[in-house]
Design a binder for this molecule. Sequence first.
Ligand SMILES: C[S@@+](CC[C@H](N)C(=O)[O-])C[C@H]1O[C@@H](n2cnc3c(N)ncnc32)[C@H](O)[C@@H]1O
Length: 266
Amino acid sequence: MEMQKEPVGDLQLHQVLRMNEGDGDNSYSNNSLLQKKVILKAKPILQETIVQLYSKSFPECITMADMGCSSGPNTFLPIWEVLEAIDESSRKLNRKPPILQVFLNDLPGNDFNSIFRSLPSFHKKLEEEMGGEFGPCFIAAMPGNFYRRLFPPRSLHFVHSSYTLQWFSEVLEIPLNKGNIYLAKTSPPGVHKAYLNQYEKDFTAFLRSRSEEMIPGGCMVLTIYGRDENSDSSAKHSPTIWDFFGMMLNDMELEVTTPENHKLSM
Ligand SMILES: C[S@@+](CC[C@H](N)C(=O)[O-])C[C@H]1O[C@@H](n2cnc3c(N)ncnc32)[C@H](O)[C@@H]1O
């Protein structure tokens, strides 16, 4: 992830946040293996949902939106999984496969150009692996903030989102977090409450917008990064990646501050 270097001023978080573009060493495209594994793990749920959706009403065209699609191979993975499910169920039911219309959503700073450049090879692979009889697949972009309305009323059959809904809509104003950058073992209860409140606010806004945009009987598959705060497992007590990032940032700050002001200000 990269934040704009210039002063942010009146800009909102969703106007400056973006994943690293392109396909270089530091690109999101080349550093999103964990997110790929998450998509693959949820594949059976996604495919079962599509099969049910299709066999309930046999729409001529299935309209799907992927919220927070980013760029790189992961962008195309959920589309491929949907196409496989459509292909298999239309074969089983001996019906002509429906058209798939896909809207790829992400924030306006996302590298949509690299997605567009990959479209010809995606369509070529589709033709090679699924054959000419397969219904067409139209892919378009819908840039914008998914915590707001993005589509006309009752226009989507299927909404997918993987590893995105942990992004808040705004920077949290939280009480002192004892040198941590996220929820840690040592975070005071007020910090937990601030995160929970913001999550509730954002997730409600997301669901409210989608509830307007989805056709009755439409389906959503949302894969969300989280942790079970009530669990008694050792995972709850072991440090997370954010604890380590927090430590690194604290060390970096100590290195640049003079001995007189070696106090943590986080
Ligand atoms: C970790 S990436 C996941 C991308 C992809 N779904 C995957 O599994 O690889 C999270 C994506 O969500 C996008 N995102 C975050 N907040 C968003 C918002 N409010 N509206 C639209 N996209 C958002 C980010 O720009 C980023 O591309």
